[in-house]
Design a protein. Structure first.
Length: 114
């Protein structure tokens, strides 16, 4: 079955950095669009970034320049490098497969303190 397992979340001070990882299994990873989404308390889940199988990327406009998505097909892993973090980046971050998406990870909490 499809599994997406995120890691790398935690507590960081404003201005700091974190790198999230998501390991996928049960899929042909290299064939799939992968994405990161986030959901803050009381907010809708929103797209953070996506990367296609051709390594094309797109980002939420508000995050361009601070966040970078990448993938390592040999490791079935997609990453999200987050720099210059702000308190408003506090959320649960989810890895997801597909344009829909059609599968989600369990999420990893990112908390940015001011």
């Amino acid at each position: 079955q499809v599994q997406l397992v995120e890691s790398g979340g935690g507590l960081v001070q404003a201005g700091g950095s974190l790198r999230l990882s998501c390991v996928a299994s049960g899929i042909i990873f290299s064939d799939n669009v992968m994405g990161w989404y986030r959901q803050a308390p009381g907010q809708r889940r929103e797209l953070v970034a996506r990367i296609t199988r051709s390594y094309n990327t797109n980002y939420a406009d508000s995050l361009k320049g601070r966040f970078t998505i990448s993938r390592d097909n040999a490791k079935n892993t997609v990453y999200l490098q987050m720099n210059s973090l702000k308190p408003e980046d506090t959320a649960v971050y989810y890895c997801a497969k597909g344009w829909g998406p059609d599968y989600w990870g369990q999420g990893t909490q990112v908390t940015v303190s001011s």
